[in-house]
Ligand binder design. Structure first.
Ligand SMILES: Cc1cc2nc3c(=O)[nH]c(=O)nc-3n(C[C@H](O)[C@H](O)[C@H](O)COP(=O)(O)OP(=O)(O)OC[C@H]3O[C@@H](n4cnc5c(N)ncnc54)[C@H](O)[C@@H]3O)c2cc1C
Length: 403
């Protein structure tokens, strides 16, 4: 693949694919987003089209039927999808994390078994760390995996906030496999748990994995977030990520590694939603008149637009920088944290400014900005809150600058 020389420059391939996704978003996503949001309806038709476009296999290697593209190109695609509706990027996001876990840590058999079906979108993935009492402090999870006499593992526990929890066919789930491990993270294992997509009470091979009704949310509608109840679910040792010999006790480290690329992904979503809010504000401010002229002609509004555009560009640069470093095989934990922190806060701030520019109409469900206003705060929470990003950034800064 050709390498772009500046942070924002795109290769011909990146230009072609982002242009294709932008057209798809303009033609297929934006026109249906409001209706699906208001009815909290899963965008089935859009997902089918995304399968045809190959968007579930962007980062999966060609040998498994994917496009084999890098994180930077993926971030560009996610920005475009989120410009349309962050719920659509949410459908791809957990799938991307699942693919990453398999590509980086999976056994050959696990890759062969899952990646081809995941590349086409026939099988879609979710990932699950959070529990009702645990989000930021992942080491505090309580769900357990116990090895039985026959060599199989039994999973028990309640998981929370699983994006794509119902419609996915495979969930990468973190379990406590050694309750006595000290520190606790050394006793955690990631299991690849299969289930029937769209089914709330699994039977047969997938018995013991139930999906309660989806959680009602302020925004991020259409894509479901659910609890998952593991109640005696039986997993073969082959379904321990990386295999039993190498995977037991490694789940925490595997998941934290995946969260690093997940943070670049959320940063790209922040850029996308902010970009859309700016577009809406630029249009509305030239249409709406007060005191005899379009509000865009008032300096106070122009200053808002200027700050919005500047922050978006800065957020985009941070996002691409973190992605490019990861693609180059460099350490990018600090940069991914910075990108996630800045871009998600930018998403919320820019959306709020666009909302203010819309005056009373911003408060009406007739205007798109109302949806963005409910969607943007999610990005402050998922893949680690802003407080957690600051903890990561602070820790890494001190590690890199030890005296
Ligand atoms: C719509 C949605 C989708 C999600 N999807 C998924 C998913 O697919 N898979 C999954 O595993 N999880 C998912 N999550 C869960 C998400 O990752 C957690 O909500 C997030 O990590 C925060 O955890 P928490 O909600 O338990 O908050 P808590 O950890 O309880 O934190 C509460 C507050 O305390 C702050 N805080 C916590 N610790 C510290 C500290 N040491 N210092 C300072 N402040 C601190 C936090 O920043 C926050 O402001 C999703 C959440 C939402 C809302």
């Amino acid at each position: 693949m050709a390498i772009a020389t500046s942070l924002t420059e795109k290769t011909d391939e990146q230009k072609a694919i982002t242009e294709m996704v932008r057209q798809f978003v303009d033609n297929e996503v934006l026109p249906i987003a409001e209706e699906h949001d208001h009815e909290d309806k899963f965008p089935e038709h859009v997902v089918e089209q995304m399968k045809e476009l190959g968007l579930f296999g962007v980062t999966i290697p060609e040998e498994f039927g994917g496009m084999g593209l890098d994180l930077t190109t993926y971030a560009m695609i996610v920005e475009e999808l989120s410009r349309g509706w962050i719920s659509v990027s949410g459908i791809v996001n957990t799938h991307f994390i699942g693919s990453y876990l398999l590509m980086k840590f999976g056994t050959d058999e696990q890759k062969q078994s899952f990646l081809p079906r995941m590349a086409t979108g026939e099988l879609r993935a979710a990932f699950s760390l959070s529990e009702p009492e645990v989000g930021s402090d992942v080491q505090g999870i309580k769900s357990t995996a116990k090895k039985l006499d026959d060599g199989y593992w039994q999973l028990n526990g309640q998981k929370m906030w699983v994006t794509n929890g119902l419609m996915s066919g495979v969930v990468f789930v973190l379990m406590k496999s050694d309750p006595h491990a000290d520190p606790p993270h050394k006793g955690m294992t990631c299991f690849i748990t299969e289930k029937e997509p769209g089914v709330s009470e699994n039977t047969g091979d997938f018995k013991g994995l139930d999906v309660p009704p989806k959680i009602k949310k302020m925004g991020y509608k259409g894509v479901e977030s659910t609890e998952l109840i593991y109640d005696g679910y039986i997993s073969s040792p082959d379904r321990i990520l990386g295999g039993e010999e190498h995977g037991v006790g490694k789940g925490f480290a595997q998941m934290m590694d995946a969260l690093e690329v997940g943070r670049v992904n959320v940063a790209a979503r922040g850029v996308g939603i902010a970009q859309r809010a700016l577009e809406l504000a630029l249009r509305y401010s030239q249409e709406r008149k007060t005191f005899g002229k379009p509000i865009a002609q008032h300096q106070a509004i122009q200053f808002k637009l200027a700050d919005m555009a500047t922050k978006i560009e800065a957020a985009r640069l941070l996002t691409f920088k973190a992605a490019r470093m990861k693609d180059a095989g460099e350490r990018s934990d600090l940069e991914a944290g910075m990108a996630k922190l800045f871009a998600s806060e930018t998403g919320k701030e820019v959306v709020e400014e666009a909302f203010r520019i819309h005056g009373g109409y911003g408060y009406s469900k007739e205007y798109e900005i109302e949806r963005l206003y409910r969607d943007a705060p999610l990005l402050l929470i998922g893949e680690g809150t802003s407080e957690i990003q600051r903890m990561v950034i602070g820790k890494k800064l001190l590690e890199r600058n030890k005296i």
